[in-house]
Design a protein around this ligand. Structure first.
Ligand code: FMN
Length: 190
């Protein structure tokens, strides 16, 4: 088996597709965000990588709050639209129905299956991007996206992103239970 090196500009495979919500000078703005991850267990911290050129950056710095919203696959066109235009020149505040939570300045999207309301706790300034770390202070969903009180990915029907081919995908098949299916392998190895 011969491995080939495809170079360093490679991405996490796949990324979730989310919409990063901010208020910029009092107006809600949303940008698609693939570079997002949970980065601390307790307190629950989330990291987001935002390019310094984006309008969104101003909102995070202005209010020290932001939201991360998970669009359903059927919201793909409106989601992509938010990545084609900037809040600098286009008002994106009416693209979705908006609600606010405890922090009052992190706009969230009613149509999304899940919205995480975050308070800024730290930042790492990199060359092109700023990595913002936020504490999740509340998560909003609806009963229809839950099974036995837990979020159900089949009901959420989220979008995935691959880069650098820049494609949207839906979630595929269930494979097994994490922290569990490996037990069989563990027993056989001994
Ligand atoms: C699917 C998708 C994912 C994206 N992910 C990111 C990302 O993780 N970080 C980033 O800085 N820009 C990302 N972008 C680019 C911004 O969303 C885009 O430039 C947007 O228009 C910026 O909006 P704003 O200027 O109103 O903030 C992504 C774009 C798309 C279409």
């Amino acid at each position: 088996m011969e491995k080939i090196n495809i170079g360093p500009n490679t991405f996490v495979y796949p990324n979730p597709v989310t919409l990063l919500g901010t208020n910029v000078e009092g107006r809600a703005n949303f940008m698609p965000l693939g570079w997002v991850s949970r980065v601390n267990a307790d307190p629950p911290f989330l990291g987001v990588g935002v390019n310094k050129v984006h309008h969104t950056l101003r909102g995070i710095l202005e209010n020290k709050t932001f939201s991360v919203n998970f669009p359903r696959a059927d919201m793909v066109e409106a989601t992509d639209y938010c990545g084609l235009v900037s809040g600098k020149t286009t008002d994106k505040s009416k693209v979705f129905e908006i609600f606010y939570g405890e922090l009052k300045t992190a706009p969230m999207i009613t149509e999304c299956s899940l919205s995480l309301e975050c308070k800024l706790v730290d930042r790492v300034d990199l060359q092109t991007n700023i990595f913002f770390i936020g504490e999740i202070i509340a998560s909003y969903t609806e009963e229809k996206y839950l099974t036995d009180g837990k979020l159900d990915i089949r009901k959420m029907n989220p979008l995935l992103l691959t880069m650098p081919d820049n494609c949207f995908w839906k979630v595929g098949n269930y494979v097994g239970k994490a922290w569990n299916i490996g037990n069989k392998f563990k027993k056989e190895k001994r």
